[in-house]
Design a protein around this ligand. Structure first.
Ligand code: HEC
Ligand code: HEC
Length: 142
C-alpha cells in the first residue's frame, strides 16, 4: 500500500441545508467497505537467546530472550514475577527488575513492584527473526 492510499480519506458526502448534520463517507485503510475479516498475521517463532539479548541503545528495556505465551499478565496475576521477583530471580537463574521498577511517580521507594511497571510487556518484548519494516541505517551499541 502506498502513502497516498494510506492517508485516511474523508469525503464530504452530503452537506445539508438549513442546519442538517452533514454525513461523511469514511475510507479506511482496508477500503470503503469492510466486507471480510483481514487475515491474521502468520505465527512466527520467538527467538530464544541463551544469555540474553545485547542492548542496542542506552536505557533500552532489555528484550525478552524467551517465549512468554504461557505466562499470564493481567490484573490478577503477573506470571513474569514468578521468576523475576527479587525472591525468585536467583533460583530461576535470572535478574529481578532494576531498582527503578520499585519507585512510585514521586520517587518514593516501594517494597513491591510499582504499578507503573506492572505490565512488563508495555516495555519489554520478545523478538522474532524478522526483516526491518523500512530500510534504515540504525547501528546499535557495540
Ligand atoms: C519460568 C521463569 C520465567 C518466567 C515466568 C519469565 N521469565 Fe524472563 N527470564 C527468565 C530467565 C531464566 C531469563 C534469563 C535468560 C538468559 O539469560 O538466558 C529471563 C530473561 C528475561 C529478560 C532479559 C533480562 C536482561 O537483562 O537481559 C527480560 C526482559 C525478561 N526475562 C522479561 C520477562 C517477562 C516480561 C516475563 C513475563 C511475560 C518473563 N520474563 C517471564 C525466566 C523467566
Ligand atoms: C515503563 C517501562 C517498563 C516496564 C513496564 C517494565 N520495565 Fe523492566 N526495564 C525498563 C527499562 C527502561 C529497563 C532498562 C533500564 C534499567 O535497567 O532500569 C528495564 C530493565 C529491566 C530488567 C533488567 C535489570 C538489570 O539489572 O539489568 C529486568 C529483568 C526487567 N526490566 C524486568 C521487568 C519486569 C519483569 C517487568 C514487569 C513486572 C518490567 N520490567 C516492567 C522498562 C520497563
Amino acid at each position: 500500500m502506498n502513502k497516498t492510499t494510506a492517508i485516511l480519506s474523508l469525503s464530504l458526502a452530503v452537506v445539508g441545508l438549513g442546519g442538517a448534520m452533514p454525513t461523511f463517507a469514511v475510507d479506511s485503510l482496508r477500503g470503503a467497505a469492510i466486507e471480510a475479516m483481514s487475515t491474521p498475521p502468520a505465527k512466527r517463532k520467538v527467538d530464544v537467546v541463551e544469555g540474553g539479548i545485547e542492548r542496542t541503545f542506552e536505557q533500552q528495556p532489555p528484550l525478552i530472550p524467551h517465549k512468554i505465551e504461557n505466562y499470564r499478565l493481567n490484573l490478577r496475576q503477573n506470571g513474569c514475577m514468578r521468576c523475576h521477583s527479587k525472591a525468585a530471580a536467583e533460583k530461576e537463574n535470572t535478574k529481578p527488575p532494576s531498582a527503578n521498577h520499585f519507585v512510585d511517580r514521586d520517587g518514593k521507594e516501594l517494597a513491591k513492584l510499582s504499578s507503573r511497571r506492572y505490565f512488563c510487556t508495555q516495555c519489554h518484548m520478545v523478538q522474532i527473526k524478522g526483516e526491518p519494516l523500512v530500510e534504515n541505517s540504525f547501528q546499535g551499541l557495540k
